[in-house]
Design a protein around this ligand. Structure first.
Ligand SMILES: Nc1ncnc2c1ncn2[C@@H]1O[C@H](COP(=O)(O)OP(=O)(O)OP(=O)(O)O)[C@@H](O)[C@H]1O
Ligand SMILES: [Mg+2]
Length: 326
């Protein structure tokens, strides 16, 4: 089995959303609610789930920008293959994450500058190498980021992430803001770079077809939990959790591609967590037994789902299960 770079166990994280006059927190948004996840070296792990389910919160937690309220986050202690190690992130909207005042060659090499203060000459040379790797013309490197198109800016953001020689790159909706044809170019670039540099990707996307195309494994999130996880062919080919199945069937209630601009919407239950299975109120196959909390159940081949009916759903394709929701 491949080596786990990251392992998250029962991670919880809540944001205070209301305080009383004395500053005491009186209401919280429960963004992550017992999240379990492993990330293996060299893989692309796709993360899907509707807006507000906690994908970006997970990304920020992995990046060390947020701390878990409880639970465990273990990083592999094995020596990394590259100088930098660690993690870098590429955001949906590169303009908001790139300093508008700097020429892009400085932007691209900023992580290296912070880490090791190379000479200006070495820094410039590195910027040119990275530009070449991501398909940005070196003669444009003195321009500011707004002089570039969206796709070019995303290439710049990727170069910046690469400069730190990370083991893992977290890609949060990396192509959602781009035209379809440009999307494909960026995804192809990511695939090439991964092969060349043995990178590990965590790919967050609303777009199930992007995730299917790119990922070795997929984790499906609902209300701050992983409700299904496994090889892409298993999870997207024979989903075991009702939520995944509904995502795949693009039932109108659950959009498989929620458009270009993910917003922080609040899921029902985000403030007052439901008891039992979190999905049960929306689940067409819910039964009284679903009022018990559902653990992530192991199935065949490292496939797992948070549903006691998982085996039955795989076997029947979800067809013919009793409806009790209406
Ligand atoms: N800094 C914050 N303070 C308070 N609530 C927050 C904060 N960041 C996120 N949330 C809430 O936590 C929940 C999860 O948000 P998150 O951004 O992780 O969702 P997401 O899955 O990335 O959604 P999207 O697909 O829209 O990007 C949402 O209800 C969101 O409103
Ligand atoms: Mg997000």
């Amino acid at each position: 089995m491949s080596e786990n770079l990251l392992e998250l166990t029962d991670v919880h994280l809540a944001f205070p959303s209301r305080r009383n006059w004395f500053g005491k927190v009186t209401e919280q948004v429960h963004a992550l609610n017992g999240l379990d996840l492993t990330v293996r070296r060299g893989e692309t792990l796709g993360i899907v789930g509707e807006s507000g389910c906690g994908k970006s919160t997970l990304a920020k937690l992995l990046m060390g920008m947020l701390r878990p309220g409880s639970g465990q986050l273990d990083r592999s202690r094995l020596p990394t293959e590259r100088a930098g190690g660690g993690m870098q992130m590429v955001f949906q909207d590169p303009l908001s994450s790139l300093d508008p005042r700097l020429p892009v060659w400085r932007i691209i090499t900023e992580p290296v500058w912070i880490a090791s203060r190379p000479s200006e000459k070495a820094r410039r040379a590195l910027a040119e190498t990275l530009a070449q790797q991501v398909g940005v013309r070196p003669e444009y490197l003195d321009r500011p980021p707004h002089a570039f198109s969206g796709g070019q800016r995303q290439r710049i953001a990727i170069a910046r992430a690469l400069s730190a020689q990370p083991d893992i790159i977290v890609l949060d909706e990396p192509t959602s803001a781009l035209d379809i044809s440009v999307q494909a170019q960026i995804l192809n670039l990511l695939v090439t770079l991964q092969q060349q540099q043995n990178l590990t990707y965590i790919l967050i996307s609303h777009n199930v077809s992007v995730v299917r195309h790119m990922s070795d494994r997929v984790a499906v999130m609902y209300l701050g939990q992983v409700v299904e996880m496994g090889d892409t062919a298993d999870v997207l080919g024979s989903p075991a959790h009702p939520y995944t199945r509904l995502l795949m069937e693009s039932v109108p209630r659950i959009d498989t591609s929620l458009g270009d601009a993910p917003q922080n919407t609040e899921l029902p239950g985000n403030r007052h967590l439901p008891t039992g299975c979190y999905f049960r109120e929306r689940c067409p196959w819910a039964e009284p037994a679903c009022s018990e909390p559902q653990p992530l159940q192991p199935l065949k081949d490292n496939h797992a789902a948070r549903c006691w009916k998982a085996e039955q759903i795989i076997a029947t394709g979800g067809i013919g299960l009793p409806f009790s929701g209406n």
